[in-house]
Ligand binder design. Structure first.
Ligand SMILES: [Zn+2]
Length: 143
């Protein structure tokens, strides 16, 4: 049986209590160890994320100060409104396999299986980014 690291627990500070409960149950039943990379996202972090892969003009058009623009790095978010992420409301967590391997989707699926089982047991409605039709977001779970 796995255990959440202190860092993972700290990253869930400010996250919706029912979602935290699901994560804590999931770590008990998962076949794949995992860690939490992100929970509640500050306004500053929303700006940093949105600026990745976008020009100053694209940023300011959405209310993100031009200083956050980093057009030469890879895009990390496809949000229409940079501040309307479930992370900004504390209603999402990003969960990755431990040790992390971005190429092994089976590991993300194993985590999702545990998260869905935990959500069902606790009666919490959780959506997995890996089930999204258009842009899949495998680490992402939201309530
Ligand atoms: Zn996410």
């Amino acid at each position: 049986m796995y255990k959440l690291s202190k860092r993972s627990l700290e990253r869930m500070a400010g996250v919706d209590a029912s979602l935290v409960k699901v994560v804590k149950r999931a770590i008990e039943i998962t076949q794949q160890d995992f860690s939490i990379t992100e929970g509640l996202r500050s306004r500053e972090e929303c700006c940093v994320n949105y600026g990745k892969g976008r020009t100053a003009a694209q940023c300011t058009a959405k209310g993100v100060p031009a200083k956050y623009a980093q057009p030469n790095v890879s895009k990390v978010t496809w949000l229409n409104n940079p501040f309307k992420s479930k992370h900004a409301e504390g209603k999402a967590v990003d969960v990755v396999p431990y040790p992390v391997d971005w190429n092994d989707l089976d590991k993300f699926h194993a985590i999702a299986t545990a998260m869905k089982q935990a959500a069902k047991e606790l009666g919490v409605k959780v959506e997995w980014g890996g089930d999204w039709k258009t842009t899949k977001d495998y680490p992402h779970f939201e309530v």
